[in-house]
Ligand binder design. Structure first.
Ligand code: CA
Length: 327
């Protein structure tokens, strides 16, 4: 009898512990991991290789920055310039503009295919931006289109049975408009072709330009999940307006931190204010090799996810964030 009682007790305890554990993991897994430019801490940013590696690390979303080519193909690249991530200066020296820079928009997709992509560097000093990352000039990497990357991710979703999302950002819409190009419309049409149409479709659409993102919702009638990126602190006062068209915000993480007093972090009201308006908060960028105010990457994640209560994060190191969040 006594044996049976203790057996039951142990069983109840085990059930309790396992429920407790799964509840805890469930809580943690609600936080979103976004592979920033792919697994860019390990391979040159926005290459297919960096995206495939990120995919294998099981983030919730993989990010694409988009700039149009001369022939209107959305290229997955972080800037409107080519000269800090490719060998364009050697291959097309005559295509330099007066400001000394090479612009994606001046090249056709086929011309862009001739370039080698490398780890980010300063074109003036030739120095690699993050010295401990993939060595500059090594390996063989190419630029690719948005469609090629969607097909990689959707193909992997098919072959693995996973459902990893995409998180595209249209870059500098005003710059595109000055060249007669409507980047938002082109990208939304491609998304619709690949069945990314509503908030259920595992696609989050982001932009720094608030007028453009509002236009995406109100004029272009997109029903996608929209995230308003925030660059400047004064924009954090416009949350109520952002909430009229967006579903979330993507602030610089420093806009969330206030100060550290006696080893305890104090925060601005940004996350709380956003949550009151129903906006999720996905700050950028969690970098294990650029910690600044934090003693370790784990501290950074602990402070932002569980003390400041953000809902997700853009990271160059998706494996570390996935492991921290027990995903
Ligand atoms: Ca981006």
């Amino acid at each position: 009898m006594l044996f049976n009682k203790s057996k039951v007790y142990i069983l109840v305890l085990l059930v309790f512990l396992s429920c407790n554990n799964s509840t805890m993991n469930k809580e943690k897994s609600k936080k979103i991991v976004i592979a920033h430019r792919g697994a860019s801490g390990y391979l040159p940013e926005h290459t297919m290789e960096a995206k495939a590696m990120a995919y294998a690390m099981n983030p919730d979303y993989i990010e694409q920055d988009l700039v149009l080519s001369k022939d209107d193909v959305p290229i997955v690249i972080h800037d409107i310039y080519l000269d800090d991530v490719t060998n364009v200066a050697q291959i097309y020296p005559d295509k330099k503009r007066e400001d000394g820079r090479y612009y994606v928009i001046d090249f056709t997709f086929n011309e862009l295919q001739q370039l080698q992509v490398t780890e980010r560097f300063n074109p003036k000093t030739e120095k690699q931006f993050y010295p401990k990352r993939f060595p500059k000039g090594k390996g063989s990497f190419k630029l690719h289109s948005f469609q090629q990357e969607i097909e990689l991710i959707q193909g992997l979703n098919y072959s693995t049975g996973k459902n990893i999302g995409i998180y595209p950002e249209i870059k500098n819409p005003e710059f595109h408009r000055q060249s007669g190009k409507n980047i938002a419309k082109i990208v939304l049409e491609i998304l619709a072709d690949y069945d990314y149409k509503t908030k259920e479709d595992k696609c989050i659409f982001q932009c720094f330009d608030a007028n453009e993102l509002e236009r995406v919702r109100k004029e272009l009638k997109s029903e996608l999940f929209l995230v308003q990126l925030i660059e400047y602190p004064e924009e954090t006062t416009q949350l109520a307006h952002f909430a009229t068209y967006a579903d979330g915000i993507g602030p610089w993480y420093k806009q969330i931190l206030d100060s550290k007093v006696n080893e305890v972090w104090k925060f601005t009201s940004l996350v709380e204010d956003a949550h009151k308006l129903g906006l999720v908060v996905h700050p950028y960028t969690y970098r294990a090799d650029q910690l600044e105010e934090f003693a370790s990457f784990n501290e950074m994640m602990q402070v932002l996810f569980y003390e400041a209560n953000v809902d997700g994060g853009f990271t160059d190191f998706p494996d570390k964030m996935v492991s921290f969040l027990f995903k």
